[in-house]
Write a protein of this length. Structure first.
Length: 241
């Protein structure tokens, strides 16, 4: 069985369906994102056909697996994941079939099995990727945290009192509007932290340009990034022993 057949079966798509989905406009990582795919003084970057790993040189006991948004290259989130790895957390960007996490929502299971030395796992995602991360967490109670960027959960995690959750959203996001985030609160645990990026947009959660239909930002991408990283660090720091 060849590789393309395997991936098609994983996605449950016909040849015609694959051609249709592949014709959708993809969002490519910009040069700033691609520059974060290089090793740094604190982080080794390992890129394979299946994922990109950002591994702290001194090791890590906490791991973050992050699912990309729909039709967005995984590499577009490299700046965020590399920066988080500098703080001592192992971070991973799975590469999704046709850049759609909905076709490989269980990719995290493979990574968790491949890194038994990591004691605590957090799952994250942007937009559709966040929705698929939620679905994974529903059936994998060994995941201790959930980090959501610009999304809302369609699944019910409201009874997960042990789950640490942070949901970060932009007030000028026109792809996933703040009202959608508000309406979804009943699906998340009471302890969920909601972080508002005032003036931020959907596209600010990665580095791939302006997404179709998104709003107009009133703050800089860099300022939004700093706020997003600060909130992400606060969630992950809960698991440092």
């Amino acid at each position: 069985m060849n590789q393309h057949t395997t991936k098609r079966e994983e996605m449950h798509l016909s040849e015609e369906d694959m051609a249709l989905v592949a014709s959708f406009h993809p969002y490519r990582a910009n040069q700033f994102a691609l520059s974060a795919l290089q090793n740094s003084s604190k982080v080794n970057v390992i890129t394979t056909e299946e994922q990109i790993a950002f591994l702290p040189r001194e090791g890590a006991s906490v791991g973050l697996i992050f699912y990309p948004g729909a039709r967005v290259e995984s590499e577009a989130y490299a700046v965020f994941l590399h920066e988080i790895a500098k703080w001592g957390y192992a971070t991973f960007l799975p590469k999704m079939p046709l850049d759609l996490a909905i076709f490989a929502r269980n990719r995290a299971a493979t990574l968790i099995s491949a890194y038994p030395e990591i004691q605590t796992w957090v799952l994250g995602g942007h937009s559709m990727g966040g929705g698929m991360a939620c679905e994974f967490v529903v059936t994998h109670k060994n995941v201790r945290g959930l980090l959501l960027y610009g999304t809302f959960p369609g699944c019910d995690l409201s009874n997960r009192e042990e789950l640490a959750v942070t949901l970060i959203y932009g007030t000028h996001d026109a792809v996933i509007a703040p009202e959608q985030v508000t309406r979804s609160r009943s699906n998340l645990p009471e302890q969920t932290q909601y972080i508002e990026i005032s003036g931020g947009t959907h596209s600010f959660f990665g580095d791939y340009g302006q997404q179709d239909g998104d709003g107009q930002a009133t703050i800089s991408h860099e300022e939004a990034r700093l706020q997003i990283l600060k909130a992400s660090q606060a969630l992950l720091h809960q698991f440092v022993q």
